[in-house]
Design a binder for this molecule. Structure first.
Ligand code: ATP
Ligand code: BTN
Length: 236
């Protein structure tokens, strides 16, 4: 089977943000083109938050052209990261909506963006051998820190591209199976959480991730569906 993700790989030493770079070439680039940089000088998370991207990590964006912009694309990234970590002996889980955590700390973040009818950009940041800034140390970790030694970055990238290709195909052909796996890997289910949606704080028990990617919560006996979007989730 011809691979989609990684059909073309653009390697950069330094860039502002691979997501922004990918957008500038998305029209001409074949689907599956990967933009990867050694360092980002303006790496971004959601809501314009900054993403620390010094040398040693994987900072990449995949240009995809699915039939429609679909927020569940972010789960392709999350599952691929979880599988890559497992390949190196690290057991990780998805913190809905867009992070991958190990032992209570964030090791990876996903930023999916799309332009309807044109392209989607799947941005992935994975802390591998890079240092974690002092101010993030309580909440962030890296593969190197978890394993106790430096990892072969090229090998990690190879595994990640392979898993991305696999999960992207599942996303296209059997989104129900993709979501079943997301449910299995989401570690917040059954736990008390607070979702912050704009000014609103919603506290309850996370029950399920539904097939459309939304989170089902039990708020004091009432069920509420939280749409996938710019929401933040806190565990407590
Ligand atoms: P939530 O997803 O619940 O809104 P979040 O803190 O994960 O909260 P995001 O916008 O998803 O917010 O991610 C950006 C945040 O990630 C930054 O505000 C920073 O706290 C953290 N962060 C920045 N760089 C890194 C990194 N390399 N590794 C881990 N975390 C980082
Ligand atoms: C988040 O947790 O909010 C998402 C972080 C996404 C970071 C990656 S690194 C590669 C790509 N380029 C960016 O500027 N952001 C994403």
């Amino acid at each position: 089977m011809k691979r989609i993700v990684g059909v073309k790989v653009i390697q950069l030493d330094e860039v502002g943000s691979t997501n922004e770079y990918a957008k500038t070439i998305a029209h001409e680039a074949p689907e599956g083109t990967v933009v990867i940089a050694k360092r980002q000088t303006a790496g971004r998370g959601r809501k314009g938050r900054s993403w620390a991207s010094p040398e040693g990590g994987i900072w990449m964006s995949v240009i995809l052209k699915p039939p429609r912009v679909d927020p569940r694309l972010a789960f392709v990234g999350a599952l691929a990261v979880v599988d890559t970590l497992a390949d190196f002996g690290i057991s990780a889980g998805i913190k809905w909506p867009n992070d991958v955590w190990v032992g209570g700390r964030k090791v990876s973040g996903i930023l999916a963006e799309g332009k309807a009818g044109e392209y989607s950009i799947l941005g992935i940041g994975l802390n591998v051998n890079n240092p974690i800034p002092e101010e993030l140390k309580d909440n962030a970790t890296s593969m190197m820190e978890l394993i106790g030694s430096k990892l072969p970055l090229e090998k990690v990238l190879k595994r990640l591209l392979l898993h991305l290709d696999g999960w992207y195909r599942v996303f296209l052909e059997r989104p129900d199976l993709l979501m079943a796996k997301v449910r299995e890997r989401t570690f917040i289910l059954g736990k008390p959480v607070t979702v912050i949606e704009g000014e609103e704080r919603i506290s309850g028990i996370a029950l399920d991730v539904l097939d459309d990617g939304s989170l089902l919560m039990d708020i004091g006996g009432q069920l509420r569906r939280i749409t996938y979007g710019d929401v933040s989730l806190r565990l407590f």
